[in-house]
Write a protein that binds this ligand. Structure first.
Ligand code: MTE
Length: 321
């Protein structure tokens, strides 16, 4: 275990650094030149495109939460914003950075429904703005066996859930992405069933590690990373991190998430990073950290076992993959 999480209330104010001090300009600008030869393919995938150089708006008043952050080397902004899965803009890794300029992240309304005391249509700013923005540097691991380290900016999802007030019937929370073929040209192809849907069990959703992100590297989320708000669940494969969310539903039954619906033998609902359960077509025991040459071993729950393993005790993780 590389670091231990504390409860937010345990964090000393001296450990919380304004994010603009924490990041320096050089870190933000790290570019393709630093990327190892092993991922030359990444450099070819959009790092040289003009779109990759566009920088989004700087977010104010962010505090860096050291207790909830890894100190591992961060993946460069260029790679984080140029190597993306966002099928609404195409299925290749560099499609989102080339095509996501058509997404309009403001104004943005989020529908809240289901078993909840305060349903309604919420402006994103009413959901996010009352809460203090935090930066947390998380390891992220894709089911395709690549990984990154990303400084996210956002709020704990539990803060939004508390405001909305789920009833005792709410056992899961389901999220949906925008459907709009004009803004999201990839939706002209039925590669998956639109809208993209994901879900979490209520204990997973309220876990202190789970974030609703609105930014990265101290800036608003680039469109290709899921502007204006997306889920971040660091112990799960990347596909749980649904982007550009327009609907949050509190439901009784397990949500039918997009990837499970498309290929139930290959992708489950839980999607916990688990080196012991291979994808039917490739190993999950190791991964390629973007920017590194050698593959590294994949850690159980992506290294967050100490914090999250208790939620799955007694579950057969080979069956509930
Ligand atoms: N959300 C939507 N709406 N559509 C997608 O295609 N892809 C998922 C997830 N969220 C996806 C999505 C997958 S497979 C991954 S790995 C992550 O987004 C990638 O997030 P990133 O581009 O910010 O790294």
């Amino acid at each position: 275990m590389l670091f231990r999480f504390l409860k937010p209330s345990d964090v000393k104010s001296s450990e919380i650094t304004p994010a603009n001090i924490y990041h320096n300009r050089r870190e933000f600008m790290q570019d393709g030149a630093r990327i190892g030869a092993g991922i030359a393919a990444v450099a070819a995938l959009g790092l040289n495109s003009p779109e990759a150089k566009a920088e989004s708006r700087v977010l104010e008043n962010i505090t860096h939460n050291a207790a909830f952050s890894t100190e591992e080397k961060k993946t460069s902004y260029r790679v984080v914003s140029s190597y993306n899965n966002f099928y609404e803009f195409g299925t290749k890794k560099d499609d989102p950075v080339r095509n996501a300029h058509s997404l309009r992240p403001r104004p943005w309304t989020v529908k809240v429904d289901g078993h909840v005391d305060n349903p309604g249509d919420y402006d994103i700013d009413d959901l996010i703005r009352p809460h203090a923005l935090q930066e947390r540097v998380y390891r992220m691991r894709c089911v395709e066996a690549w990984s990154m380290v990303i400084p996210w900016v956002g709020i704990p999802l539990v803060e939004i859930i508390k405001k909305l007030g789920p009833t005792s019937k709410a056992k899961y929370i389901q999220f949906e992405t925008l459907v709009d073929k004009k803004q999201m040209p990839g939706q002209n192809r039925r590669v998956i069933h639109w809208p993209y849907v994901e879900g979490l069990r209520m204990d997973e959703a309220t876990h202190p590690l789970t974030m609703m992100a609105v930014g990265l590297y101290g800036r608003e989320l680039p469109n290709q990373n899921g502007a204006p708000m997306r889920l971040v669940v660091p112990w799960k494969y990347g596909f749980k991190g649904i982007k550009s969310i327009v609907r949050i539903s509190f439901v009784e039954k397990i949500p039918r998430n997009s990837w499970k619906r498309l290929a139930p033998r290959e992708y489950g609902f839980y999607a916990n990073v688990n080196p012991e359960v291979d994808h039917p077509r490739w190993t999950q025991a190791n991964e390629r950290r973007l920017g590194e040459f050698r593959r590294r071993e994949t850690l159980m729950f992506n290294g967050y076992a100490e914090e999250v393993a208790h939620m799955y005790s007694g579950m057969n993780l080979k069956k509930n993959f």
